[in-house]
Design a protein around this ligand. Structure first.
Ligand code: GLA
Length: 677
């Protein structure tokens, strides 16, 4: 009979975790995986059940919640810190465990190094997502330099095989990369200062019979690694990547890590569904609940910097006629902003383009029954701006080093309260004076040297602070997070925002894969997806309007082209696409999402539940086979019948044999509605 007081056990809907509490040291990771029966516990403490191998330290050191350094754990440590070269080894000497239902707080103190780390683990039974974060406190008398603090150390089983992570660049986000797990350490680190296009802060690990997912809720530098352990398991660490000297804790000071959202499910679709539920539960919508995602018109690719007030009014007229519900005035509206070389920081209307300010255009838009939205890029400054001329010291810089521009701009020091106050005032003026219901909040460069002492962390916290202040002052305003498209997509900024601009690449063919990666971590209602022009500006490729509509349908739908230039036929098609989106958005944005590869190059995704589904089937390349096999739909209930159009199909037939589809041309799609009878 095992002693229950010895275990920390958290059960979710379909997952469980078990830690073994050991007096005076960090609890040992025993299990994280598919749901165990309540009574299923290890038969014996771990150290009693494994013999000591040769040539090893005599105190067995299995993977713990807080693996230390220099005391017999030879894998990656959870913490790298020191006091002027001393107090660098870390091993808890005291452990306090407080458990309250689904939440456990484990406080570990090292009385020798005078360091305390409190790890909070909470397993939400609804989403099955485990939220983990760590707080490090310097309980010594001298400053503590911190180089690394993992937000979470998660165990992966010996049968984990492969890790799927996401890389990319501007215009090609969420490129999936699959690496086999081996004894070599797997590591992805981002030093670009924001979440980045290149390195999404999360991954999916595929194991035999199940899949694990984790993502870091943080919008700055980050690192994740998977490290092989002596017992054949792996540990997965995720945390904020700190630069040398970035964190020095004075006596009594603490470092709070970002949160890690982690989940175990049957497969990658289950991981995505759990993440969607967890992100939905964390969202802070105006009014407390999401309202149907309004159809956008964004002016960027249709107009760029060429703002002509009369033309924009005509555009608004055309937009309202087409059924658009939110008109977003993108870059180009503010003081002397005629291209990307000037004016970031000068957040007041350009009087040459808008002699009476933005009021008349905004009133025109709202008079047509649409919401008015505005683009801003608050964290940036152009050297050619009134702001920079007045406050050159506000830009992040290192004395003696060149000011490295990107897109002709520098980054403001958001760690300074005077800078944040200035930005709060400029944005508040706009939000108070104009009927603005929406901000598109951009961040169009990577950070280089972030300040005399590195303050990448300060940038992220400063941006969060500014966002929080604005949300509190203008709670009805929704915010879109954008960073040259998808450079800042993460669960950290999602606390303050309501939409991501997924990519500057609106080419519908490119978007299929980008959206597929996005949906692994984020729910579809946050996925900005636009119908762009043909040829697509990012790639030069031409796609039919029906295909552009099809690919934009499952996300938060928008239009980004000059509607006035569309021919009658395309305008009518676009109108149909908007109508279809409005009819389906309630179902597209509330249920679960499944995605998969069908036979012969088909791509499918289904939104809803096993009782009612919207199924999107997409073909990019021409069909290779004369007759395509059925499209198997594993999420359906094999015991029920389903109505699809006029026909009724047996669920088991659709699960096992699949749905027979009409031939699809290249770059086309089908949308089907399935209802269980
Ligand atoms: C970024 C965004 C675009 C657009 C431009 C404006 O590139 O991703 O959508 O807003 O900035 O300069």
């Amino acid at each position: 009979m095992t002693d229950r007081s010895q275990w920390i056990v958290l059960h979710g809907r379909a997952s469980s975790l078990v830690l073994e509490a050991c007096p005076g040291e960090a609890p040992l990771w025993r299990y994280w995986g598919p749901r165990l029966p309540d009574a299923a516990l290890p038969a014996a403490p771990l150290r009693d059940s494994r013999p000591t191998p040769t040539f090893t330290v005599q105190f067995d050191q299995p993977l713990s919640l807080l693996p230390g350094l220099g005391q017999g754990w030879f894998g990656e440590p959870v913490l790298k810190a020191h006091r002027a070269g001393r107090d660098w080894t870390f091993q808890a000497t005291d452990c306090l465990i407080e458990q309250d239902g689904q939440r456990a707080v484990v406080t570990l103190t090292d009385a020798i190094a005078r360091i305390a780390v409190a790890v909070t683990l909470a397993l939400d039974p609804h989403s099955d997502v485990l939220t983990v974060s760590s707080v490090l406190t310097n309980v010594g008398d001298d400053p503590l330099d911190v180089q690394w603090l993992a937000a979470a150390v998660l165990p992966l089983p010996a049968h984990a095989r492969q890790v799927r992570s996401f890389t990319g660049r501007h215009n090609i986000e969420f490129v999936a990369v699959e690496d086999d797990l081996t004894r070599s350490q797997w590591r992805r680190e981002n030093r670009r200062g924001l979440t980045s296009h290149d390195c999404f802060p999360g991954a999916v690990v595929l194991a035999d019979g199940c899949a694990y997912g984790a993502q870091l809720a943080w919008s700055g530098n980050h690192c994740q690694l998977i490290d092989w352990c002596d017992d054949g398991r792996w540990q997965w660490q995720l945390g904020e990547a700190l630069m040398p000297g970035e964190v020095r804790l004075a006596p009594g000071e603490s470092l709070q890590s970002p949160e890690v959202l982690a989940t175990c499910a049957a497969d990658a679709n289950g991981v995505a569904q759990n993440f969607h539920a967890a992100i939905r539960a964390r969202m802070d919508w105006p009014g407390g609940a999401m309202r149907p995602r309004p159809v956008h018109l964004n002016t960027w690719e249709g107009f760029y910097f060429d703002h002509d007030e009369a033309a924009l009014r005509d555009l608004a007229d055309a937009a309202a006629k087409a059924g658009i519900e939110r008109f977003v005035l993108d870059d180009g509206w503010f003081h002397r902003r005629n291209d990307d070389t000037t004016s970031l920081g000068d957040w007041w209307p350009d009087h040459a383009k808008y002699p009476d300010g933005l009021g008349p255009l905004a009133a025109h838009v709202t008079g047509l029954g649409m919401e008015f939205g505005l683009w801003v890029e608050p964290e940036m400054v152009n050297p050619d701006s009134e702001l920079y001329r007045a406050h050159p010291d506000w830009a992040l810089q290192v004395a003696g080093r060149p000011l490295i521009t990107a897109r002709n701009q520098l980054v403001l020091d958001l760690g300074r309260s005077d800078v944040r106050d200035y930005l709060f005032e400029r944005l508040s003026d706009l939000l108070a004076e104009l009927p603005i219901g929406y901000l598109k909040w951009d961040h169009n460069r990577d950070l280089t040297a972030a300040g005399e002492r590195p303050s990448y962390r300060g940038q992220v916290l400063g941006a969060y602070d500014l966002l929080a202040r604005l949300r509190a002052a203008f709670p009805a305003v929704e915010i879109e997070a954008c960073a040259g498209g998808g450079g800042r997509i993460d669960a950290g900024i999602a606390r303050f925002t309501h939409r991501f601009w997924t990519s500057d690449n609106i080419d519908a063919v490119s978007r299929v894969a980008i959206q597929r990666g996005f949906l692994q971590f984020m729910p579809p209602e946050l996925m900005g997806s636009h119908v762009g022009a043909a040829p697509a500006h990012a790639t030069g490729r031409i796609q039919k309007m029906s295909f552009r509509n099809h690919v934009a349908l499952p996300g938060h739908f928008g239009v980004e082209l000059d509607l006035r230039k569309l021919n009658e036929r395309d305008l009518a098609r676009l109108g149909e696409g908007i109508e279809r989106y409005k009819a389906l958005r309630g179902r597209l944005h509330n249920g679960q999402v499944w995605q998969g590869d069908g036979p012969d190059g088909l791509w499918w995704q289904a939104h809803g539940s096993a009782a009612e589904l919207v199924l999107l089937v997409t073909r990019i390349e021409p069909q290779q086979q004369r007759h395509a096999p059925g499209l198997r739909l594993p999420m359906l209930d094999p015991a029920r019948h389903y109505r699809i159009g006029d026909a009724v199909h047996h669920g088991a037939w659709l699960v096992q044999h699949g749905l027979d589809l009409p031939p699809l041309r290249a770059e086309s799609g089908l949308v089907l509605e399935l209802t269980a009878l």
